[in-house]
Design a protein around this ligand. Sequence first.
Ligand code: M6R
Length: 610
Amino acid sequence: MCGIIGYIGFQRAQPILLEGLKRLEYRGYDSAGVATIEDGRLVIVKSAGRISNLEACLEQRPLLQSTIGIAHTRWATHGCPNDINAHPHSDASGRIALVHNGIIENYATLRQYLEGKGITFRSETDTEVLAQLIGHLYAPGQLESAVRQALIQVQGTYGIAVLCLDEPDKIVVARRGSPLIIGVGADEYIVASDASAIVQHTSQVIYLSDGEIACLDRQGLRTTTLDARQVSKAVQSLELTLEQIELGGYQHYMQKEIFEQPTALRNCMRGRLDMHESRVVLGGITKLDRELARARRIILMGCGTAWHAALIGEYLLEDFARIPAEVEYASEFRYRNPVIEFGTALVAISQSGETADTLAALREGKERGATVLGVVNAVGSTIARETDAGVYLHVGPEIGVASTKAFTGQVAVLAMVAIWLGRKRHLSPTAAEILIRELARIPERIEQVLTSAEHIREVTEKYCDRENWLYLGRGYNYPVALEGALKLKEISYIHAEGMPAAEMKHGPIALISKGTPAVFIATRGAQYGKVISNIEEVRSRGGCIIAVATEGDAAVAKLADHVFYVPDTPDPLQPLVTVVPLQLMAYYAALARGCNVDKPRNLAKSVTVE
Ligand code: M6R
């Protein structure tokens, strides 16, 4: 949700900022802008739309030569996506420029106060209020102090970078609730919302914590808290490589991320499946070994795709470990006065580790005494740092807005956690051994599904003009139906509903008319016979059946208009395999409809506002 970047050093800032913005564009693409100090002037260039629009604006101007600058790519919250609302924003004097990721919740009160002081606002944004407030509080040579005083008055979330014409060799940055990482190079700093904009310059980083302010100049950096206490920060090494965030030979990140799932899952499970001892090894949570083995209840939380993975996690934990488990939308949990009894463990699931709703929910759970675990992909992210323990996905960076490999990574990790916990409670070594062996085979099973990509494309193209789709599954494949529907809606803008197949007859079956595509996940397993009956019900009402079925199942082929076969897999692990054809369908539907696969409208990869 908005990406910010800043540079100070000895190189020209503009190309570094633009390159960084392109890496951050997945966080928002409503507008983009840059501010530098050029020949004693504060220069701000900004434009609605993609970063390419900003580049075009910059090309029409004399080259910016400055070695300091800040820049922003926006996902609009307050004020529509136009040139005026684009960041950077400046104060009334035009001497201070600021970029911001987050939401200033008390912006209306602050704006009223500043307007009372005679300040005229140009934009509708909450961000301009902060720029104006800093300008209002500024005394010569005291930028850091003005930022501090302003932030003390602010309610809400922010990751900011601030430039001041009167202190031209300095960038002041700060964060609360929005991510900010400082890349440490040789006599230079690159500050950004995430590591993807930093990795090509340096692998040495400092993770700024909530409530910290850093003042960067070419000689060094100083970090303090909001109440001006000095903090010493460790420089850490990034795990990310440049290759991981490049497209390679693929056309889109989503395509790359779907096809790299076998490798991603091998990395995710590497060193964690001990075949000889029939156990799972999860270094990140062993310190809570005894506490978790005795947990009385587990609450899993996430948003969107992570919530779907959490739902599978609930089934897995109850199945393997016999622990009462339940799933919560992170956004609802915090505001509904949840009951957290002694012995409750809370699992926050998040690819980015920065989702504001999930972060707020985990803080609420922690406050109420729950043990808090993270299932996170982004190493060093806020959720990873604020949880008591956790398991990283290790599936590599996910850049496409539609989550794919993170979903299979989350399900794989939750399966491993459930087996790990199961062995401490009710799961026999024999049952664990079978599950571990089956888990280890998942990457090759996904490889097999991926060989049907062309067939999936052909079928999808036949139906991609239909505006209403249903996705139906039972048991472990019900969350997969939800996930399939979400994938289709978010990148191809087709209305799709996912539901338990049995629920259809309680209402949604009324939506079926001649030609309505109904995607059934009808693999062999516990509820196979019942799903077949549900297929019959839709077929007899004229729906077009697209089935995901177990290889060799001729019975489904007779009923369905089209079948995508997947290798036989035990029920609890089926989501790891059955979701893949649905990811491919969504991808090919979006392509056929001419949609921007990696940057769907109105969305951003990382939702850092509540
Ligand atoms: O980074 P997170 O896993 O916390 O993100 C949660 C959701 O915003 C995310 O899964 C979203 O639903 C995806 N765009 C779905 O593809």
